[in-house]
Design a protein around this ligand. Structure first.
Ligand code: NAD
Length: 455
């Protein structure tokens, strides 16, 4: 068994040592989860709902602890980390309502009775990225448990601490220790074993598009179900007819939230040429005002990047001769800091075409609606995006024309647990969240019961 040494990204101080599991440990976890799943699926819907409600209550009772752990492990500002813990509680509570509502259908057929059942898949593997460990894990844990499955979660190597704690809280809340298991480990070891193990019936993978393709290929060996939540390069389209002050004032939050380490980051700002200069004048003070610093402080809006390696990757998009329009500030260090940065590159520059996953945004002018839609869609991704306009017809026309799973008009919101979330094109496959999510952890079974004719 090997271990990984975690550091606090804001201070570079040692934080914790976490044991990394091997493939044999995954096999053992799958076997135990299969037994626990059968017990769980036999419980009444009401009992499963009670289990989820108790888990949500345990999370709620430990909000401060979970938030502090995320601040230390991931460098998230404390207010964001508290929101994330609250979101997990809300997601679990929302899906606690599902077991009693999941119902099949009775379909009229000749010669008998035909009914459908939503059968749980069995053991589900969930592989999460390092950027939002708690929320992303909960998006699968809630609906998968609600539908009667067992869940094995593999958190990212860099930020496993809050997910490990969620696993402990589930046990504290009374769930079977084998029903929800957290399996820290390397992607190439634990992640791959979850993908290739025949006893894992579905994998929900959230991470890079590159690894997502590998997961999809690996899952094919057993025709394993997959949901993929992958990268993004979302557009923030600013039309001349919008409330320009509001669009500019909120644009930094649309991309620099979580230091830009957000799959929904609006990392390409597209501005109608007639208001481009005015927009840049308004954007500059908003970017310079972003409070970057100690994530434990309530005044902080942006913390550090997750690691030195990731910071070097982000910095590669801002070479010395990069077309930097203006930048915000960042502490000198220690810590993996990077200032909010605004670039005005050519349309073909790699800063425009590739996911940077850091606090770097490009701003490009566009001519008209047709040009804006073409630019927005000129990417392999299609996860999120914003449209700023005061004209309702345009808002609807452009929303329908953009190839993206989640759009907001005059807002930067992307994720609400009540509504479906997921990507077009290479941003993913399938949807999470929303009222239908438990169904994505079931198989439809159709049963026909012949009714003999009288006499
Ligand atoms: P990553 O792809 O490097 O890793 C994601 C997870 O996969 C980690 O747990 C990792 O250990 C595991 N993994 C690595 N190799 C594997 C393999 N061969 N088999 C199975 N698992 C393996 O991504 P990351 O760097 O942790 O996260 C950043 C990426 O995640 C970005 O591209 C971001 O856009 C994306 N993301 C997407 C969403 C979404 O909902 N669409 C949400 C958050 C992050």
């Amino acid at each position: 068994m090997t271990a990984t040494e975690l550091v606090n990204p804001a201070t570079e101080e040692a934080l914790a040592s976490v044991e990394l599991l091997d493939a044999a440990a995954v096999d053992d976890a799958v076997a135990r989860a299969a037994v626990a799943q059968r017990r769980w699926a036999r419980l009444s819907p009401w009992e499963r709902a009670e289990g989820l409600r108790a888990f949500a209550a345990a999370v709620a009772a430990h909000t401060d602890e979970l938030a502090a752990l995320e601040v230390a492990n991931s460098g998230h500002p404390i207010a964001s980390a508290e929101w994330e813990a609250g979101h997990v509680r809300d997601v679990l509570t929302f899906y606690a309502g599902s077991p009693e509502r999941l119902s099949g259908r009775q379909i009229p057929v000749a010669g008998g009775l035909d009914v459908t059942f939503n059968e749980p898949l069995g053991v589900v593997g969930v592989i999460t990225p390092w950027n939002f460990p708690m929320p992303i894990a909960s998006w699968s844990i809630g609906p998968a448990l609600a539908a009667g499955n067992a869940v094995l979660v593999k958190p990212a190597e860099l930020t496993p601490l809050t997910t490990i704690r969620l696993g402990e809280l589930a046990v504290q809340a009374g769930l079977d220790a084998d029903l929800l298991q957290v399996l820290p480990g390397k992607g190439a070891v634990v992640g791959e074993r979850l993908v290739t193990h025949p006893g894992v019936r579905k994998v929900v993978f959230t991470g890079s598009t590159e690894v997502g393709k590998r997961v999809m290929a690996g899952a094919a060996a057993h025709v394993k179900r997959v949901t993929l939540e992958l990268g993004g390069k979302s557009a923030n389209i600013v039309f001349a007819d919008c409330d320009l002050e509001r669009a500019a004032a909120t644009a930094p939050a649309g991309v620099f939230d979580n230091a830009g380490q957000d799959c929904c980051a609006r990392s390409r700002i597209l501005v109608q040429r007639s208001v481009y200069e005015r927009f840049m004048e308004l954007l500059e003070p908003a970017v310079r005002a972003v409070a970057v610093g100690d994530p434990a402080s309530r005044d902080t809006e942006m913390g550090p990047l997750v690691s030195a390696e990731h910071r070097a990757r982000v910095a590669s998009y801002v070479p010395d001769d990069a077309p930097v329009a203006f930048r915000g500030t960042a502490p000198p260090g220690p810590g993996f800091w990077f200032p909010p940065t605004v670039l005005t590159p050519e349309r073909t520059d790699r800063s425009v075409t590739e996911e940077i996953f850091g606090p770097v945004v490009t701003v490009l002018p566009f001519e008209d609606e047709h040009d804006a839609v073409g630019l927005a869609n000129d990417t392999a991704y299609g996860l999120s995006g914003s449209i700023w306009t005061d004209e309702l017809s345009r808002a609807l026309r452009v929303s329908r024309a953009i190839e993206s799973g989640n759009l907001s008009v005059n807002s930067h919101s992307s994720v609400r647990y009540h509504t479906p979330f997921g990507g077009f094109k290479q941003s993913g496959l399938g949807r999470e969240l929303g009222p239908d999510a438990p169904l994505h952890f079931t198989e439809t079974k159709n049963v026909f019961i012949a009714v003999a004719e009288e006499g």
